[in-house]
Design a protein around this ligand. Structure first.
Ligand code: CA
Length: 228
């Protein structure tokens, strides 16, 4: 059952606390140690019980393909963990030394995502950092191969500028931004990443997870501090 555009706002109400219910659902229904089963349980919950702002089954393959194109022993940074859906989708592709750091502001989401990621058997590959993204970014060091932006849309530009200023990207790093379609008002971010001269950027049209509503992702390759 797909969600209609007029239902979306209503469905999002209460979404802040929904990860707690989703975690209980996953622990009850998903096979332990099986990332695919965990993602399917989250999809099932989102469609049949309560809307979840997950990456969803349509966009996840695009993110995973982008990740795999960069290699398998990766250092990945995620902004906005929520239920851990995208963290699981990415981390299940890691081999050996692949690691993901996920920044999350909501304590409820941190607790729920920790349980869900542990149930998927990926706790040793994912570190969730609780707090405001700006404050957490100020403490991060080293370069990341992939950055996935999926937190507050109004913070995408500010946080990408911080990521650049702190030297967290290397030439060739990819910044993958979810929800840059017409519903979310990501114009400021798109203008920045396309116009600053330091990224080679492309847009992929998709839909908002579990709906037919138009959405898009922006995939931007970092060319270095002075551009290409
Ligand atoms: Ca999203």
């Amino acid at each position: 059952m797909k969600i209609r555009v007029e239902d979306l706002r209503e469905r999002l109400q209460g979404a802040e606390e929904r990860p707690t219910e989703a975690a209980a659902y996953v622990l009850r229904h998903a096979a332990k140690g099986d990332p695919k089963s965990v993602l399917e349980s989250l999809d099932d919950f989102a469609v049949n019980h309560g809307f979840l702002m997950n990456l969803g089954p349509e966009k996840a393959p695009l993110l995973e393909a982008t990740l795999r194109s960069l290699g398998l022993r990766l250092r990945v940074l995620e902004l906005g963990c929520y239920c851990g859906y995208s963290a699981i989708a990415m981390a299940r592709n890691f081999e050996g030394e692949g690691r993901l750091i996920s920044l999350e502001k909501s304590a409820l989401s941190v607790a729920a995502a920790s349980e869900i990621i542990d149930h998927a058997g990926l706790a040793d590959r994912v570190e969730i950092v609780h707090g405001d993204s700006g404050e957490s970014l100020a403490r991060l060091e080293g370069e990341f191969d992939l950055v996935f932006l999926d937190h507050w849309k109004g913070l995408y530009r500010r946080d990408l500028e911080t990521i650049e200023a702190r030297g967290l990207l290397r030439p060739g790093s990819v910044v993958f931004a979810d929800n840059v379609g017409p519903v979310f008002g990501a114009e400021e971010y798109l203008e920045y990443v396309r116009g600053c001269g330091r990224f080679e950027s492309r847009n992929e049209v998709s839909t908002i997870e579990y709906t037919d509503i138009e959405d898009a992702v922006e995939i931007s390759i970092y060319r270095g501090p002075r551009g290409a």
